[in-house]
Design a protein around this ligand. Structure first.
Ligand SMILES: Cc1ncc(COP(=O)(O)O)c(C=O)c1O
Length: 471
């Protein structure tokens, strides 16, 4: 006899839900201020996380407590002094959006009712917010890597119609981008059969951006040699330094040559919404596609990448298909435009973020991050003890102490020592062959006091290392 009850009921679920809400609140309270250290995993965590698969269940409240305890000794990007890498910072309304999303578990692969309308609305909102289009199309994807790959798949199909069916048929192809483009661009070239070696990077100009004339010359040389240009990828906020390619000038290169222009704004494009930085992104409307990771500088939890396009048919040409398990009728489904099949309604957290905070407050938060990067740069410029790689174009600041001896080795050791101390977190990065500390400001919780703390902590740890080394 089969039971009339669900097979996996949650006992005392209301109490469990109340308890989960209290745990989330206590995490939020812990993120309100920097904490003095980052506790490492203890023996009890190693014992818990070394246990074998439990055959029998146990109390859900105790399990949630154990999970929260593990998270508390994990590196949380939500903390206000987490300056390492460009990450998300767990916007509170976004956290609730994720919980609500998961509870309904809508799949935006097939037509999913109002969820489709919500995703389309969020795409239009993001397109409007960054100045791509008031009527953008596109989709939400698992990350910037997938958005870039999706756009470049469409670009390949436009450049070589029928590639998806017949393969390259002997065509040689190339892709053009900045030497500072994110690795996902090269990965797309590898995955799409363009070939990593056929990613043409031109020397960086004084802004660490692509030189448009050099890019045009590279495309023309390829055309003359029978190589098919698939796309130019403009990076709008490089991961390493925040450098922004000149989108307008690259659109001038692409338009007469019929080459697809993709803007990888996974990190930086939200800054286009601010008065302070919008000029850097001039020409964005002329791009064929653009990636914006809402799980970076729109603050919502991972993952939530948005791919914007003007022409949804370009995605359909690359991805639409007929399968017996999802008959079409007259209508295409979301999977006819996306690389991924099952997709969560990750647009919901961004919809809630825009609806709850409003575009103005989100713009102001991004502007504040820009100001934080500028403040740190000012503090470092005014201090003989530090050197800066460059004035920050956006919200990434690369710097290091001026020491004698092997500055690269010292900076590496310094980043490790800062992480071990746990007062703040800044990762090392290599630019132009030298090692720097790279502070990234994309967190809505970071305050002026947090920024002002950076030079002092770095100096103290650096001095400690030098003293320990006998110098
Ligand atoms: C400019 C840029 N593009 C793409 C990506 C990849 O995004 P994701 O990690 O969401 O796949 C990143 C990640 O930092 C990035 O900075």
């Amino acid at each position: 006899m089969m039971s009339a009850e669900p097979s996996l009921p949650l006992p005392a679920r209301e109490d469990v839900l109340d308890h989960a809400a209290r745990l989330i609140l206590s995490a939020w309270r812990s993120f309100d201020h920097a904490r003095p250290d980052q506790p490492p995993p203890a023996d009890r965590h190693r014992e818990l996380l070394g246990r074998p698969l439990p055959e029998d269940g146990s109390d859900a409240v105790a399990a949630l407590d154990a999970a929260a305890d593990v998270l508390d000794v994990s590196l949380a990007q939500s903390r206000p002094r987490y300056f390492a890498y460009i990450g998300s910072s767990g916007l509170e309304i976004g956290v609730l959006g994720d919980a609500l999303m998961a509870s309904h578990d809508v799949n935006v692969a097939v037509s999913a009712g109002a969820a489709d309308l919500l995703e389309a609305q969020v795409i239009r909102w993001v397109g409007q917010f960054v100045g791509f289009s008031g009527n953008a199309h596109g989709l939400l994807a698992a990350g910037g890597t997938i958005s870039n790959l999706t756009a470049l798949t469409a670009a390949r199909e436009r450049a070589l119609p029928g590639f998806r069916q017949h393969g390259g048929a002997g065509h040689r192809m190339a892709l053009y981008c900045s030497a500072e483009a994110h690795y996902s661009v090269r990965r797309a070239a590898e995955v799409l059969g363009i070939g990593g070696a056929n990613v043409r990077t031109t020397p960086l100009d004084e802004r660490r951006a692509i030189d448009p004339a050099a890019c045009a010359a590279a495309i023309d040389a390829d055309l003359a040699a029978g190589v098919v240009p698939i796309a130019v990828v403009a990076t709008a906020g490089s991961t390493l330094t925040g450098a922004v390619d000149r989108i307008d000038a690259l659109a001038d290169v692409c338009a007469p040559r019929g080459v697809w222009l993709h803007v990888d704004g996974a990190y930086g494009l939200p800054a286009a919404a601010t008065a302070r930085a919008s000029e850097l992104f001039a020409g964005l409307r002329r791009a064929d596609s653009a990636t914006v990771d809402a799980h970076k500088w729109l603050y919502v939890p991972k993952s939530c990448s948005v791919l914007l396009v003007h022409d949804p048919a370009a995605l359909e040409q690359a991805f639409s298909h007929h399968e017996g398990y999802i008959p079409h009728g007259q209508q295409l489904h979301a999977v006819d435009r996306s690389l991924e099949y099952s997709r969560p309604l990750s647009a919901l957290k961004l919809w809630l973020a825009f609806t709850t905070h409003g575009a103005r407050a989100i713009r102001a938060a991004i502007d504040r991050n820009l100001a934080e990067a500028e403040l740190l740069a000012q503090l470092l410029r005014a201090d003989d003890g530090f050197e800066l790689l460059m004035d920050p174009p956006l919200s990434v600041v690369c710097f290091r102490p001026r020491t004698g001896g092997d500055r690269d080795a010292h900076t590496h050791a310094l980043a490790d020592a800062i992480a071990t101390g746990g007062r703040l977190l800044i990762a090392p990065a290599v630019a132009d062959g030298a090692t720097w500390l790279r502070a990234c400001f994309v967190n809505h919780r970071t305050t002026e006091e947090d920024v002002r703390a950076i030079p002092g902590v770095v100096r103290e740890v650096s001095d400690g290392l030098l003293a320990g080394a006998g110098g």
